[in-house]
Design a binder for this molecule. Structure first.
Ligand code: CO8
Length: 262
């Protein structure tokens, strides 16, 4: 299934179960106008619908066209119609609540709403040449689509505040050092590294992966006791699955190669 929206391209590799969404407004460094925000949601829905048709779609990678992830909200739209909280939050929340893991593959600029988009993903893999930051402060606003919330959970809160208050551009290495980015690769190795990671996750038992995402999201919001209780509700149904049986069999039989189907 390969398809295009006005500002995104969507591809799916049925041999790996990995979908790919490319933000495609390169003339504006893939800045998020209203159309692109809606197309991201439309693209994610299109990939998710594959599962309704019995096709295993297990991981999504989001990247930007032509060397940049995304330079943030489209500033030219601010004058005409400042983004409302509801409109602008849509794709961030959609990614966070999305049933399969979402990986942000970051090249070039990843700023403002672009970094907020990446931080709403479950993983961030960056090129060593990427530049990240939250420059909203210099526009007299704040990263108001959850950016301060996300970065304060990923990085030390004081470092997070420093990045948001200075609006400084930081390197991928610095972003990894403070916890915003999972891994940094030389530019030429990024595609393979993300592909390998996505395929590794895609081959795992999908219901376990879904439960781990739900549990990890819950952990950022709930107290420890409530979180442990929540995990108990997640694990009980997993004990009854074929994938659980498959994993136990692979542990017990030396040469058995498990295949997980969800
Ligand atoms: N919006 C619109 N157009 C943009 C944007 C943007 N964010 N960023 C770049 N562009 C356009 C430029 O206008 C330029 O277009 P043109 O060629 O037609 O003049 C083209 O992309 C290339 O950009 P530059 O010529 O500026 O390229 P440089 O390499 O010189 O600079 C930069 C690249 C540093 C990325 C620079 O373009 C820049 O600083 N961009 C703005 C970055 C920014 O401030 N982003 C944050 C925006 S605010 C936000 O994201 C959060 C809003 C939260 C709202 C929450 C509501 C609830």
């Amino acid at each position: 299934m390969d398809t295009t929206f006005e500002t995104t391209r969507v591809e799916f590799d049925d041999s790996t179960g990995v979908g790919r969404i490319t933000l495609d407004r390169p003339d504006a460094l893939n800045a998020l106008n209203a159309r692109l925000r809606e197309d991201i949601v439309g693209s994610l829905r299109a990939l998710d619908e594959l599962n309704d048709d019995g096709i295993d779609m297990r991981v999504v990678v989001i990247e930007g066209a032509q060397g940049h992830f995304c330079a943030g909200a489209d500033i030219t739209e601010f004058e005409a119609d400042a983004p409302t909280a509801d409109v602008d939050r849509t794709h961030y929340r959609f990614i966070r609540d999305y049933p399969v893991p979402v990986v942000a593959k970051i090249r070039g600029y990843c700023l403002g709403g672009g970094l907020e988009t990446a931080m709403s993903c479950d993983f961030r893999f960056a090129s060593a040449e990427a530049t990240l930051g939250l420059p909203e402060v210099d526009l007299g606003i704040l990263p108001g689509a959850g950016g301060v919330q996300f970065i304060s959970r990923l990085a030390n809160p004081s470092v997070a505040m420093e990045i948001a208050m200075t609006g400084e551009h930081i390197s991928a290495d610095r972003a990894a050092e403070v916890g915003i980015v999972n891994h940094v690769y030389p530019e030429a190795e990024l595609d393979d590294a993300v592909g390998e990671f996505a395929e590794t996750i895609a081959a795992k038992p999908p219901l376990s992966i879904q439960a781990i995402k739900q549990s990890a999201n819950y952990a950022t919001e709930a107290g420890l006791e409530a979180g442990i209780e929540y995990d108990r509700t997640l694990i009980e149904p997993l004990f009854g699955t074929d994938d659980h049986e498959e994993g136990v069999r692979a542990f017990s039989e030396d040469d058995y190669e498990p295949e997980f189907h969800g």
